[in-house]
Structure formats: C-alpha cells, structure tokens
Ligand binder design. Sequence first.
Ligand code: C2E
Ligand code: MG
Ligand code: MG
Ligand code: MG
Length: 276
Amino acid sequence: KVKSEGRNHIALYSDELTAQAKQRVLLETRLRNALKQDKLQCYYQPQIDIASGKIMGAEVLLRWHDAELGHIPPSVFIPLAESCGLIHHVGSWVLQQSCRQLKTWLDQGIAPFSLAINVSAHQFNKDQLLGLLEQVLIDTAVPAHLIELEVTESALMINEERVIAIMQQIKAMGIRLAIDDFGTGYSSLSYLKRLPLDALKIDRRFIEHIPQAHDDKQITSAIIALAHNMNLKVLAEGVETAEQLAFLTQQGCDYYQGYYFSKPIPANEFVALLQR
Ligand code: C2E
Ligand code: MG
Ligand code: MG
Ligand code: MG
C-alpha cells in the first residue's frame, strides 16, 4: 500500500510538471507566432515634465492579446521570452516598431518628445544590441537624442567593465540611458558614478505609499537629491494621486508618469491626448 501511494505521489508530481511544461511550450509557440504575425502591440504611457505640466515623452510598454488565451501581461511573457531566447526578437521588434511610430509623429509635426524603451538584461549583454540600435537609427531616421533606453540594475550587474563599454558606445551614438526601477537593485553608488547615465527612474514601490509612509518619502527625496548631485534627471514611476504629485513637486523631481495622468494607451489614443 505504502509503495503504491508513493508511486501515485510521484505520478501526480510528474503530471504537474508535464502540465507546466506543456503550458510553457504552448505560450512560447503562441508568442513566436504573435511576433511573426505582428500581433504584439506597443502602448505608450505619457511622461510629464513636472515644472511645465507638459508631456515630454512616452514609455513604450509591450502588450500581447492572444485570441484564445486573452491578455497576457509582460510580467509573464517577457521572462518567458528571456528564458527561451525570443527576447532578442521581441526587443528588436519593439525598437523598430516604436521608432517607426515616433518618426511618423515627428513627420506629422507633433511636438518633439522622446521615447523611453525598455531593454532586457539579456539584450544588454549581447553584442547584437549595438548593431540593432545603429540599424534602427538608419532605418527610421529618428534623432538619436529622442531615444532613451531603460535598463534595470540587474542588467548592469553581469559584467561591469563590459556594461560600461557598451553604455559608452550607446552614448556615443547620441542615445540616452536611464536606470529603471531604481532603488530595488544592488548596484553600488561608486559603480553608478562610472556609468554614462542621463536619468534615474524611481521605482513605483517607493511612490505607492506616499504620503502616508514616512520612510518612503525619505527614500524618494534622497534619490531625487542623489540624482541631481550626479547631474541626472529623475522621474517618479507609478504616480496615482494628486498628493503624490504634490510631494514630488515640492521635492524638485523632474518628471513623472503614472495612472494619475494616464495609463499606457495605444498610439492613436496617445495622439488624441497630445492634441487635447
Ligand atoms: P517597467 O518598465 O518598470 O514599467 C512600468 C510598469 O508600471 C508598467 O507595467 C506600467 O503599465 C505600470 N504602471 C505605470 N503607471 C502605473 C501606476 O500609476 N500604477 C500602477 N499600479 N502601475 C503603473 P507593464 O506594462 O505591465 O510592464 C511591466 C514590466 O514589463 C515593465 O516594467 C518592464 O520591465 C517589462 N516590459 C514591458 N514592455 C517591455 C518591453 O518592450 N521590453 C522589455 N524588455 N520589457 C518590457
Ligand atoms: Mg520601464
Ligand atoms: Mg520601472
Ligand atoms: Mg519593472
């Protein structure tokens, strides 16, 4: 009896594993097809200049709606793409697509603003990235200074000297660099000082409980001061309330984005927002 129970237990466990593995393979196949058939979509979330209250840019956020599986969030499909190697394809698609969109907007005379594009740690540590960036700038003819790449601290931790060299080459092209989710990683300040950065983005987790959380307010104002001391711009992510914006304004934060102004929206809605 004991023996058979044991066997059943193992059988159940391996069934679960199989189900998980099947689900992964299914998702991976569907993501591959979505890419091929242009079924991913770039959404745009406005970035606001706090002093003027004007839209100065947009962050590009990828969306995937699958006909059968429905909406699949980036927190699911980006890690999946990273683990199966599709991230290079995804990343290159996002860059090309969003830069083409920016070029269209510039040609239509919509006020110049910048695009912030997320780059995965996996992309960042491959030589392909530099060639891809060069190609996109040539293909789309967007001015490099209107492109900002967002990288998380984890992307910077893999090989420090190499990361610095890659960043310097990206800067030499005229592209801007920002650290995303700042404050949640483990990079040291002496290392950050060596990076050719333009901006820090304060992670949403520090903004979320302002104004109630005293410690989060302290951390946020410390990051703003740090950024300014390093001659960097600073943006607060995930701003949802007027109180949060008031605190950031009082602390001299440069930019913000968040549901308080707008969620990420499709390109056509973004244009409508700009024209209001
Ligand atoms: P992220 O780059 O830190 O993007 C900010 C996330 O916060 C986005 O989630 C955005 O929709 C969400 N957000 C913005 N304002 C608010 C707010 O006021 N309240 C709340 N609760 N959330 C807000 P999203 O779009 O689900 O993306 C999640 C993450 O997936 C991104 O975090 C980024 O790391 C990754 N991601 C998205 N698109 C891409 C992409 O094209 N390439 C890569 N490599 N990663 C991407
Ligand atoms: Mg980002
Ligand atoms: Mg972020
Ligand atoms: Mg994030």
